[in-house]
Ligand binder design. Structure first.
Ligand SMILES: [Zn+2]
Length: 284
């Protein structure tokens, strides 16, 4: 039972890596991204069911197409659990093995039921962002793809807003958070930033070439080291993001959802690794 799509092409000969997990499941892996989308076929099918119609998602996501045990290229042991829970557990093991974190699950028919069992399964170090049921008799590939995108976008938006709210509450209570250009840049320079949130703004500023201090204000003498070798920056934000990456901070560029919220609090903020001393012990 193959979807009658003109886009169908045998995925086993298409780009991607075919691998067999320790639990005997054959998988096709395509793309590299933090977000994984896992495709689970129904009864009487295999990962070939999906064709290559979803390969275009590989630009933003890591795609994992799974053969259930007993199907396709997976092992077919006589003594094994072939019930829903058994399938879900083996897929959970395979996802852990292939480092597929926070998967978006797409299941067809019985694959959808396995996906729901998997969503309820305790996936270590990951969580399922959502799932939906696709009806290939009623919906074409583009509809299903659009729904998958929508689910991922909703999750992204919710994560942005949650990050913003966390930064605000920590900042407002004088804890491990900063908002606004000056405080965030200072925290960054001092290596305190755990996660930086920034919306797509540009801001002129200056950099001290001696101690690397960054500021959204132009200066000729560094307020930190008093050095006079200073450079004007066309975009101090770009420099700040570079700095954040190189110091191992997480960078979250806020696109939608939290963009206006963040803008209302200075367009930039961060979760900090520790409470800045200047705020932990406010000077009288
Ligand atoms: Zn300096």
């Amino acid at each position: 039972m193959w979807p009658l799509s003109p886009k169908w092409r045998d995925p086993l000969t298409a780009p991607g890596r075919i691998a067999v997990s320790g639990t005997g499941l054959r998988v096709r892996l395509l793309g590299e991204a933090a977000r994984s989308v896992v495709f689970i076929h129904g009864l009487g099918a295999s990962l070939r069911y999906w064709g290559t119609a979803y390969d275009q998602l590989a630009g933003r996501s890591r795609l994992v197409f799974v053969d259930l045990l007993g199907f396709g290229g997976s092992e077919k042991p006589i003594a094994a659990r072939y019930d829903i829970a058994g399938h879900a557990e083996r897929i959970a093991d395979a996802l852990r093995e292939f480092g597929a974190e926070r998967p978006l699950l797409v299941g067809h028919s019985t694959g959808g039921i396995v996906a729901m069992a998997l969503a309820a399964h305790d996936l270590p170090e990951s969580s399922v962002i959502g799932h939906f049921t696709a009806d290939f008799k009623q919906e074409n590939d583009d509809h299903v793809l659009e729904r998958a995108r929508q689910l991922a976008a909703d999750d992204e938006r919710a994560a942005e807003i949650a990050l913003f709210e966390q930064i605000v509450s920590r900042t407002d209570e004088g804890g491990k958070g900063v908002l606004g250009m000056d405080d965030t840049l200072l925290a960054l320079v001092e290596g305190q930033v755990d996660t930086i949130a920034v919306e797509g703004l540009t801001q002129e500023g200056s950099q001290c070439l001696n101690c690397d201090y960054l500021s959204a204000h132009k200066f000729r003498r560094c307020p930190i080291c008093s050095g006079t070798e200073c450079a004007d920056l066309a975009d101090v934000i770009e420099k700040a993001i570079e700095r954040a990456y190189s110091s191992g901070s997480r960078v979250n560029i806020v696109f939608d959802g939290a963009e206006e919220l963040l803008q209302s609090r200075g367009g930039i903020g961060a979760l900090l690794r520790y409470v800045p001393a200047r705020r932990a012990q406010p000077s009288a």
